[in-house]
Design a protein around this ligand. Structure first.
Ligand code: UD1
Ligand code: CA
Length: 458
């Protein structure tokens, strides 16, 4: 695909209308279809984003009371039209026209349930209209299984004569495998005239936008046709199609990372959201999920069954079957297996975080080791410290959280319990099972419950 930034000028006068007011009943979900997240982004936003990348001048999204929650996710400059009830795609466009600024003369209309659309498709349909010099063009594709789509009948010049919805189609029409993608380019003045003439379908009572195609043909100006690829134009009506769309987007994202030098061992099981950046020579093992504003540094290996959420992972890190969220890891940190780095951690270089370690709001300085089974919350851990197996910060007294400071080079014995707020001075040590309730002086050794200094007697 030609990069969209080379071509936006062609669409600079075009406004996109995204239809997102439908209930999406075929999903059998309490959540409206257009809000279902695909790789971390509500379905309808994928369509909107493709239009933005194609260079459209402005965007209108049609919502209904049922899909109103999408409003909060829209870019600030998006216009919103409200369709009180989902009375069909024609009615949705009627509502869009009501909020459209006067100066808008050209529209591209797209459905909020076609998340695989690319900027090239949007440009393609606009160009198809420009080529016919008529009022309307639509995008179509040859479907392996046309079930559920409107069938497109054409003339010999490759112009569309009509779109027949499946429920209204004759046996013969159902045999047609060229189907309507639900993507149109249309002249605004013509649409203003035509939209009021659309009558509800006898079969469903809905007002079909697709009836415009026959109207254009009747007027002697048949719609232009842009025939695109099913892998970009397929719609999502049910859970099966949703899974297919997710796979298509996943594949596109992973292909781009691989082309840029990332090693993805099994691109069919690596789920990487579009907001993630990965440096070359990073390795993504099977079954990894990378989401939100995550960055993975060069040569880092993200092991199977790891989830990295909103985190910055430096270069040369190794994450094994672990979850890291809302945290920053510097270079050459290793984590896991089965560790949980919770939000607010900053882990400096060459830190080792081993099996079953849980950290939260922890600042761990360079070279420290948190080997096994521990909970470290609201804590600062000094450079080179060695945290023994089973060390726990008791950071919560039932009402408030308190901080623990573990100095440089500290060694905690296995099963040490730090009752916060408490400080272990640099170079201090605790014996196995120590319960530390008061500050430990630098270099001291404390043991017992509650922990006492062994050097106190001197
Ligand atoms: C529609 C087309 C069909 C095409 C298919 C492509 C019509 C009548 N049919 O069928 O020819 O092959 O898309 O995927 O247009 N929507 C509203 N308000 C409504 C109804 C729908 O905003 O009152 C929105 C939905 O949220 C959805 C889009 O319009 O994003 C398409 O609606 P949907 O009901 O999925 O149409 P299809 O039956 O798939
Ligand atoms: Ca649909």
């Amino acid at each position: 695909m030609t990069p969209a930034q080379d071509r936006p000028a062609r669409l600079a006068g075009v406004t996109v209308v995204v239809l997102a007011a439908g209930a999406g009943s075929r999903m059998h979900s309490a959540q409206p279809k257009v809000l279902h997240p695909l790789l971390g982004r509500p379905m309808a936003l994928w369509t909107l984003d493709a239009a933005r990348l194609a260079g459209v001048a402005s965007s209108v999204v049609v919502l209904s009371p049922a899909t109103e929650a999408l409003r909060a996710e829209l870019p600030a400059e998006t216009l919103v039209a409200v369709q009180a009830e989902p009375r069909g795609t024609g009615d949705a466009v009627r509502n869009a026209l009501a909020v459209l600024p006067r100066g808008v003369t050209e529209l591209v209309i797209a459905c909020g349930d076609t998340p695989l659309l690319t900027p090239a498709d949007i440009l393609g349909v606009a160009e198809a209209r420009a080529a016919t010099n008529g009022p309307l063009a639509l995008a179509a594709f040859v479907a392996n299984d046309p079930t559920g789509y409107g069938r497109v009948a054409c003339n010999d010049e490759g112009q569309a004569l009509s779109v027949v919805e499946e429920r209204d189609a004759t046996e013969e029409e159902r045999e047609l495998d060229l189907v309507n993608a639900g993507l149109y380019a249309v002249d605004r003045a013509w649409l203003d005239q035509q939209i009021t003439a659309l009558a509800p379908s006898a079969a469903s009572g809905e007002i079909y936008l697709t009836d415009l195609v026959a109207a254009a043909a009747r007027a002697g100006t048949p719609a232009g046709l842009y025939v695109g690829d099913a892998s970009e134009l397929e719609g999502v009506n049910d859970r099966r199609q949703f899974a297919d769309a997710a796979a298509g987007l996943r594949e596109r994202i992973n292909d781009a990372h691989m082309a840029a030098g990332v090693l993805i061992l099994d691109p069919t099981t690596a789920w990487i959201e579009p907001s993630v950046t990965i440096a070359p020579d990073a390795v993504i093992e099977p079954g990894v999920a990378l989401s939100g504003t995550t960055t993975i540094g060069a040569r880092s290996r993200i092991g199977s069954h790891s989830s990295i959420i909103d985190s910055l992972i430096g270069a040369d890190c190794v994450i094994t079957a672990s979850t890291v969220e809302g945290s920053t890891l510097h270079d050459a940190v290793d984590v896991g297996p089965y560790a949980h780095v919770r939000p607010g951690c900053e882990i400096e270089s060459k830190v080792h975080i081993g099996n079953f370690a849980e950290l939260k709001s922890a600042r761990v300085r360079a070279g420290a080791k948190v080997g096994h089974h521990s909970y470290l919350g609201d804590v600062e851990i000094g450079a080179g410290a060695n945290i023994g197996a089973g060390t726990i910060t008791a950071n919560y007294d039932g009402k408030e959280k308190h901080a623990t400071v573990i100095g440089e080079g500290v060694f905690t014995g296995v099963g040490t319990l730090l009752v916060a707020p408490v400080v272990m001075g640099a170079g201090s040590k605790s014996g196995a099972g120590a319960v530390i309730t008061t500050d430990v002086k630098p270099g001291d050794l404390v043991v017992g419950v509650p922990a006492r200094s062994l050097s106190k007697a001197e």
